[in-house]
Each structure stands twice: as structure tokens, then as C-alpha cells.
Write a protein that binds this ligand. Structure first.
Ligand code: ZN
Length: 218
């Protein structure tokens, strides 16, 4: 996969490389995330903001943050494409829509979380993927520093490439804490992004059907 939008470049068999620095993950660790280095960096930040990293409440904070980062950024070292490799033949070429796939990720601009729901629609051509796998794709793509626009496109691209459907429409609705706790401080705003492939790019009726189903039939 050749990601030109600044995302993570992942291959299924080969080593993975981070597109931002071109380095392979830390070679000596069993986990490619360098937890000791994160611990030291968090301690440094605490000192830089004028805190005492050795005071009671903060002593374990660098370790906690390092463990959390290893978890929330684990997607950098896993390829979400594998979840779409096992498909099933079915006699169904109409809409498949998975709504309300909840996710949380980190805005790469501010390193603050944003979270919301992803909705994935596709029109299969005789082959479908297990429904839980779509949620796993969202989860894998969310576990990296992200921007919502790219995340929406990456999900649509993966489904298009692996399932070759007649159309894909991905809708993400998320609340960004970098909008609510800093800067313009606008709680209650949410951001909706869509990414369409195939038939959904041109067929506005098909697109409208998906959008009404996302909001309706509750
Ligand atoms: Zn942000």
C-alpha cells in the first residue's frame, strides 16, 4: 500500500515503516513502541511545565502515560487490512450498512483525543466480510495519531481494495477535544466527514439512502 496522504505505510508481510521519519520500529524490543523513551519524555514535559515529577501524585504518571501510548498507538504496528482477508460468498448484492461503530483516537495536531462513531456502507459483489471485521478495521485505523479526514479515506480505501464492492460510503461523526478544551473552546460541536468510492461517488439516490438509514430506523 502506498499512502501518499502522510499516513502509516503498512505491508502485511514486510517490516512496517512510519511515513513520518522513515525509521523501522525499535528493533530490540518485543513491542516496537519504546516505552522507556516515552517515560523519559513525559518526565521531561512535567518538568518543563513547572511541575515536580517526583511528588507523590506524579511519580507513576510517566509509566502510566507510556503504557497508555503503547496501547492507543499499537495500530502503528498492525495492518488493519488483515481483517478483510477472510470473505464469504453470499447471494446478496444489495446494501450492507454497519452503523455506530464507536472509536476513540488521537488528533495528530494536538495529541488530544477525538472520539465518535463510524458508519460503513458497501454494495458487495457476491462476497462479504464478517460484520465484526468492519469494526476491527476502524479500531486498527483509530489506534494511530490521526486526522478525521484521512481516517475516513483510509477506511474507504481498504474496503474498496480488499472487497472490490460496487460502492463504499464511509461516514464519521466525531467530537474533538482540541475543539472543546483549548483554542476556540466550542463544546457541543461535532465534525462529520464522508468518503465515497465507486457508485456512491455519482449515484446521489444511493448515497441518500445510506445517509437516511444512518439517521433513521432507530
Ligand atoms: Zn486537534
Amino acid at each position: 500500500m502506498n499512502d501518499t496522504r502522510g499516513g502509516f505505510v503498512a505491508t502485511i508481510n514486510g517490516p512496517m515503516q512510519c511515513a513520518s521519519n522513515g525509521k523501522t520500529p525499535h528493533p530490540t524490543d518485543s513491542s516496537p513502541i519504546d516505552v522507556a523513551r516515552i517515560r523519559a519524555a513525559v518526565r521531561e514535559i512535567l518538568e518543563a511545565i513547572g511541575e515536580d515529577p517526583d511528588r507523590d501524585g506524579l511519580q507513576d504518571t510517566p509509566s502510566r502515560v507510556a503504557k497508555m501510548y503503547a496501547e492507543v498507538f499499537s495500530g502503528l504496528h498492525n495492518d488493519p487490512r488483515i481483517h478483510l482477508k477472510k470473505t464469504f460468498e453470499v447471494d446478496h448484492e444489495e446494501l450492507v450498512l454497519q452503523r455506530d461503530i464507536e472509536f476513540s483516537t488521537f488528533c495528530e495536531h494536538h495529541f488530544l483525543p477525538f472520539s465518535g462513531k463510524a458508519h460503513i456502507a458497501y454494495l458487495p459483489t457476491g462476497r462479504v466480510v464478517g460484520l465484526s471485521k468492519l469494526a476491527r478495521v476502524v479500531e486498527g485505523i483509530a489506534r494511530r495519531p490521526q486526522v478525521q479526514e484521512r481516517m475516513t479515506q483510509q477506511i474507504a480505501d481498504l474496503i474498496e481494495e480488499e472487497l472490490a464492492p460496487r460502492g463504499v460510503l464511509v461516514v464519521i461523526d466525531a467530537v474533538h477535544s482540541c475543539m472543546t478544551i483549548r483554542g476556540v473552546k466550542k463544546p457541543g460541536t461535532s465534525c462529520v466527514t464522508t468518503s465515497a468510492r465507486g457508485l456512491y461517488q455519482t449515484n446521489l439516490t444511493a448515497r441518500a439512502e445510506v445517509l437516511s438509514l444512518i439517521n433513521g430506523l432507530r
